[in-house]
Design a protein around this ligand. Structure first.
Ligand SMILES: *Cc1c(COP(=O)(O)O)cnc(C)c1O
Length: 375
């Protein structure tokens, strides 16, 4: 007896394996042509119940904090890359035995832990290339006074005696292959002397190579040429590109109120369950909506935050209380950011396999809420 989707209690995430596999096939094509290795950025998506699907396609994981390192090592395997904006001594003690590569964010962090780490892991340093492609200042690693990475004027060639690789992460949802190649060319010129002495180069995440009609082959050939020119192994650290469009957040209309506009209140909230909608002011898309629909609604959250809404959209038919809505493209930066604001019920997580079977990956209850805040 399988799980019947129409009977599931909302809110829940439904991750779709076939979409995930489509994205992963594109990633494989990119790897095969370019020779680059791809490590999954766990900060975007850490729902490890799906990793059996992802593992055969990618080379390992990268992380932004110590628990992600451990999770990658335990549940994904392959190469484990550890990066952190700031490691404490305890962090280093914890991640060193689990990591193939340790990437430091500053020269002072590299100095502090060089002796301890140099023999056990391949070391890297994050560099700020002073060029970036990011739609929003909040997500722009090359913004003024950025704390992310070392500026080139602080470097000299002696650094290549301490580190085997550099990491640059300067893209956010970059769909423009030529804009990426321009940054790559800038790196090739500016850092040529370093690159010729390094073994590997990570170009970070944020390259949207699974976006519809993205010229994957053009990207792959540019990466291949770069790695041949400088004799470095290239890594990419995709997050969003791997899981894009692969999950819906499914909610139920709980109430409909009118105050100048009609608002459908649903049993979820951006602040608790889809935080980036709020932080980046990027409205969500609803599967049931219709561009030419005659019935406009605000899709409002059931949190107490006045401005907490998923989007404004319109439908062909009036919405009904009790009706389910599918908030699309809800895999990345959602499940990793769930919180208990307002004591709302946290969405369950389901996985629809390619054979149509639905698996429950996790569900949460009152005891989880209570345990988070005391014991
Ligand atoms: C956020 C991040 C990534 C993943 O970015 P996506 O936009 O999800 O591809 C990769 N590397 C680093 C260092 C990051 O901070």
């Amino acid at each position: 007896m399988g799980i019947n989707e129409s009977q599931l209690a909302t809110p829940y995430f439904m991750i779709d394996e076939s979409t995930l596999i489509n994205n992963l096939e594109t990633a494989k094509l990119l790897k095969d042509i370019s020779g680059a290795k791809l490590v999954l950025a766990l900060k975007c998506f850490s729902t490890w119940g799906t990793f059996e699907t992802i593992k055969p396609y990618l080379d390992g994981t990268t992380s932004s904090g110590p628990f992600e390192v451990r999770l990658g090592h335990e549940t994904f395997g392959g190469e484990t890359h550890a990066y952190s904006v700031g490691y404490s001594q305890q962090d280093i003690d914890a991640v060193l035995p689990l990591s193939d590569k340790i990437i430091f964010n500053s020269l002072s962090q590299l100095d502090a832990y060089y002796q301890q780490c140099a023999e056990q892991a391949s070391l890297g340093l994050r560099i700020n290339p002073e060029k970036s492609y990011a739609g929003q200042d909040l997500a722009n690693p090359a913004r003024p006074y950025s704390r992310l990475g070392v500026k080139p004027d602080l470097l000299d060639l002696s650094i290549t005696e301490k580190v085997d690789g550099f990491m640059f992460h300067m893209n956010c949802e970059n769909k423009d292959v030529d804009a990426f190649i321009a940054i790559l060319d800038h790196i090739s010129v500016t850092f040529a002397a370093y690159l010729d002495k390094l073994n590997w180069l990570s170009l970070g995440g944020g390259i949207f190579f699974t976006y519809p009609n993205y010229p994957v082959e053009k990207l792959a050939l540019a990466l291949k040429a770069f790695s041949e020119k400088h004799k470095v192994q290239i890594y990419l650290e995709p997050g969003e590109a791997i899981i894009t469009r692969s999950a819906d957040l499914v909610v139920t209309v709980i109430d409909i109120v009118e105050n100048g506009k009609l608002t459908a209140i649903v049993d979820s909230a951006t602040e608790a369950h889809r935080l980036d909608t709020l932080i980046y002011k990027e409205p969500a898309s609803i599967y049931e909506a219709s561009e030419e629909g005659q019935y406009p609604y605000i899709i409002g959250s059931c949190s107490c935050l006045a401005g907490d809404q998923f989007c404004e959209t319109q439908f062909d038919q009036p919405l009904q209380i009790g009706q389910k809505l599918h908030i699309m493209d809800s895999a990345g930066y959602t499940m990793v950011k769930l919180n208990w604001f307002n004591g709302l019920k946290m969405p369950s997580i389901y996985y629809k396999r390619i054979d149509g079977q639905i698996e429950l990956l996790n569900e949460f209850g009152y005891d989880d809420f209570k345990r988070t805040l005391g014991k």
